[in-house]
Design a protein around this ligand. Structure first.
Ligand SMILES: [Zn+2]
Length: 76
């Protein structure tokens, strides 16, 4: 099973979680379940190589680091 990276929409915390099937990940910091899944092939790879959390706001409007047609973090 792959481990996905998520960004909490409430507190912008980025975390990794192994999610099975329909399980909904929750933010470990605030318990919020409104989290955004990040794909490793997209966005923050080029922006946040140091583990920064810039991807949360940057990925919300556009994804300059991704030209794919199926990007979960930029919604394209
Ligand atoms: Zn949170």
């Amino acid at each position: 099973m792959p481990i996905y990276e998520y960004t909490c929409e409430k507190c912008d915390k980025k975390f990794e979680m192994l999610v099975m099937g329909k399980d909904r990940p929750a933010c470990p910091a605030c318990g919020n379940v409104r989290v955004k899944r990040l794909l490793s092939a997209c966005g923050f790879v080029s922006k946040g190589s140091g583990g920064e959390t810039v991807s949360a706001s940057a990925g919300a409007s556009s994804c300059s680091g991704c030209s794919a047609s199926s990007c979960a973090s930029c919604g394209v």
